[in-house]
Design a protein around this ligand. Structure first.
Ligand code: ATP
Length: 201
């Protein structure tokens, strides 16, 4: 398989910002969140199974999974979360594999927000790259971007892996505490390293 990097980080750490920079340098990006969204969008491959397992009330008029309703449902009932994951995960796997096969870049970057939490990605990527930022900066960025309160952001962060756990899983760390321009030199450096590893096969 082509050389691949799993890119992860906490909410608002800068994954998308960083991934786009690698994309500009010539990496192929595979965004697992976007794939998951497509699967449960109108006409998505997961819709029939979601309707069968959970009922029509979880499908919007437009034919998408009702995200708000489903989030509340799986939050209240852990077995329902397992059931939803059992539908989505195999489809996400097959769609990411297909995207990987079609990719033309020098190497692959899988953007996986919950890479550390889900556990089965690390075996599929040659390296794990963690975008890391100080929690106060992370909180400020997400409050501003999503118009959330501090408490709301902290609750989301509490449901994710800790900063420490993510760093412990990292092969490479990209620090994102400064402005976006400050990221580029380190992105360039990692890109050169990944090109060399990809060439070494
Ligand atoms: P999520 O997990 O929510 O998808 P993410 O990890 O992909 O988030 P981004 O969307 O890249 O993070 O960044 C979060 C927010 O912070 C965005 O509004 C982005 O523009 C901003 N941001 C990211 N990096 C920086 C930076 N170095 N300086 C200023 N703003 C930044």
């Amino acid at each position: 398989p082509p050389f691949s990097v799993g890119l992860t980080g906490g909410i608002g750490s800068g994954k998308t910002t960083v991934a786009d920079m690698f994309g500009e340098l010539g990496a192929s990006l595979i965004d697992t969140d976007a794939i998951a969204h497509q699967l449960s969008a109108p006409g998505g491959r997961a819709i029939a199974a979601i309707r069968n397992s959970f009922g029509t009330e979880f499908i919007t008029e437009a034919g998408a999974m009702d995200r708000v309703r489903m989030r509340a449902h799986v939050f209240a009932q852990p077995p329902a979360r397992k059931q939803l994951e059992a539908i989505l995960h195999p489809l996400i796997r097959s769609e990411t594999a297909r995207a990987a096969q079609e990719a033309k870049g020098a190497y692959l970057i899988f953007v996986v927000p919950l890479l550390v939490e889900s556990g089965n990605w690390q075996s599929q990527t040659a390296r794990v790259l963690v975008v890391d930022c100080e929690e106060e900066i992370q909180i400020a960025r997400v409050m501003r971007r999503n118009n959330l309160t501090r408490a709301e952001v902290e609750a989301i962060m509490a449901a994710q892996a800790s900063r420490q756990a993510r760093l412990a899983a990292a092969d490479d760390v990209l620090e994102n505490n400064g402005d976006a321009a400050a990221l580029m030199p380190r992105v360039q450096q990692l890109h050169s390293q990944y090109l060399a590893l990809a060439a070494a096969g």
